[in-house]
Ligand binder design. Structure first.
Ligand code: AMP
Length: 203
């Protein structure tokens, strides 16, 4: 199975992609996670994209394409999380896969703006325990001070949201019959069961 999860920031792409990867034995490729790791390690790529990612803007298509294509050259299945993000990237991906196994389809996690703002408002990371949902302050497990992703600050969330609707909306018609749309406002378990059903024909 080769799929992409589409949806605005906070739609739950990361959580659901990880589940799909475990359930169907797929490689999970999150461009956002790859970029954050490169930035954290201070690599040349990380230094090049740091300002863009922290401002909530999109990294240049050639850069993102290069990062993704270097990881999907083999014959295995995958779930893409955060890619493609616009029509140009979707076309490049189809062209890249033209000589191998094409993508089966894309799943759109349809989440309302109110729900996204509510979810991202309490998305924090503990330096020891990883991602936690908390109103801020201390980690409920170990008590360490929580950190927020620089691009989860409220005004950056709003910018990422506007950017998402401007460039990612048209992807829904690009995928046309290859698109499964899922109501993503529900809880993790409910959304997962909808997603699992939607992608079953591609398994
Ligand atoms: P995410 O974790 O998917 O919200 O991605 C975090 C940030 O990484 C985004 O705000 C962009 O700056 C960058 N990014 C991730 N995926 C892409 C992509 N497909 N195209 C351009 N920029 C991306």
């Amino acid at each position: 199975m080769r799929i992409s999860l589409l949806g605005p920031p906070g739609a739950g792409k990361g959580t659901q992609a990880a589940r799909a990867a475990a359930r169907f034995g797929l490689a999970h490729l999150s461009t956002g996670a790859i970029f954050r790791e490169e930035i954290g390690r201070g690599t040349p790529l990380g230094r090049e994209i740091e300002g863009i990612v922290e401002a909530g803007l999109l990294v240049a298509d050639e850069t993102v394409d290069r990062v993704v294509f270097s990881r999907i050259g083999g014959p295995g299945g995958f779930v893409l999380d955060g890619y493609p993000r616009n029509i140009a990237q979707a076309r490049s991906l189809d062209a890249f896969l033209a000589d191998s196994v094409p993508i089966d389809g894309a799943v759109f996690l349809d989440v309302s703006e109110g729900e996204v703002l509510r979810r991202l408002g309490d998305r924090y990371t503990c330096p020891s325990c990883g991602p936690v949902r908390a109103p801020g302050g201390a980690c409920p497990s170990c008590g360490r001070a929580l950190e927020r992703r620089a691009d989860d600050e409220p005004e950056v969330i709003r910018r990422r949201f506007q950017e998402y609707h401007r460039v990612t909306g048209p992807l829904l018609s690009y995928y046309g019959p290859r698109l499964a749309r899922i109501d993503g406002d529900a809880g993790v378990e409910e959304v997962w069961s909808r997603l699992e059903q939607a992608v079953m024909p591609w398994a």
